[in-house]
Design a protein around this ligand. Structure first.
Ligand code: ADP
Ligand code: MG
Length: 265
């Protein structure tokens, strides 16, 4: 059974891309088959995975807007990373508008992934910093949402809008969508604000907050310029260890969900 995760938060710079790339690599390191789908026109997940965003035959734009078969847009990342990728670049900016006029506009990504999802254990979708039609497509295609939250000023701002959007999509477009977890990123224990934000998250969201905390770690910020996930760039760094721990926590949560007796519906 494949699980599709959307990594979403409409705030920029909260660690969506860092989490997508490093979680993809960490899940792949546990021998899972993983596909990372970049749906941000900035293409940072593509570059950070070591792939030139201007040098692939097809990108996610071609899949969403030009009916290119999904499998033709899949590329391998450099061997050490061990996961597959569908790339994005600036072309995708046009898709935000073009999608609005298309048939089944919210379901384009879901339908595209349906063709290939059985090949993977996990599919991760790195969302743009907005609640636009691309993010709606990601949430409609996903089983579960990972919400990275930077433990800094204004971290909780916008969270209500995101939760409302997720709820609306669950009701109208994708009944199986659920919150996988809220992920504390860029955490600095010496900063009392980090602790405040973390405590607030736990009091609001309880078990929905992943136990694993991603620390602020310079290796995580450096790795993309080397085109590698941190577990390749510096496997012993705190950043690498924390994303491997997150992968472990996610696998355990998934297992626990699967072991639950099916809910009466
Ligand atoms: P988003 O995709 O949400 O916009 P990014 O993952 O691109 O956010 O992160 C924003 C910036 O912060 C990037 O420069 C990234 O390298 C850096 N960064 C992300 N997570 C960490 C971390 N845990 N420690 C240090 N720097 C980080
Ligand atoms: Mg990003």
């Amino acid at each position: 059974m494949t699980t599709v995760f959307a990594v979403a938060n409409q705030k920029g710079g909260v660690g969506k891309t860092t989490s997508s790339v490093n979680l993809a690599a960490s899940l792949a390191a546990t021998r899972k088959k993983v596909l990372l789908v970049d749906i941000d026109p900035q293409g940072n997940a593509t570059t950070g995975s070591g792939v030139d965003k201007f040098d692939t035959d097809y990108t996610i734009y071609d899949v969403l807007c030009d009916e290119v078969p999904t499998e033709q847009a899949i590329v391998a990342t450099p061997e050490d990373s061990g996961f597959d990728l569908i790339t994005a670049n600036g072309d995708l900016t046009a898709a935000e508008v073009q999608l609005l006029d298309m048939k089944s506009r919210e379901f384009r990504l879901r339908n595209a992934l349906a063709r290939i999802r059985d090949r993977y254990d996990y599919i991760l979708i790195d969302c743009p910093p907005s609640l636009n039609m691309l993010t709606v497509n990601a949430l409609t295609a996903a089983d579960s949402v990972i919400v990275p939250i930077q433990c800094e000023y204004y971290a909780l701002e916008g969270l209500t809008a995101l939760m409302n959007t997720i709820e609306k999509i669950r009701t109208v477009l994708n009944p199986k969508l659920h919150i996988g977890g809220l992920l504390r990123t860029m955490y600095d224990p010496r900063n009392s604000l980090s602790n405040d934000v973390s405590n607030q998250l736990i009091s609001h969201f309880g078990d929905k907050v992943y136990r694993t905390i991603i620390p602020r770690n310079v290796r995580l910020a450096e790795a993309p310029s080397h085109g590698a996930p941190v577990i390749t760039y510096d496997p012993k760094s705190r950043g690498a260890v924390s994303y491997l721990a997150l992968a472990g926590e996610i696998l355990r949560r998934e297992q626990a969900l699967k072991n639950q007796p099916a809910a009466a519906s």
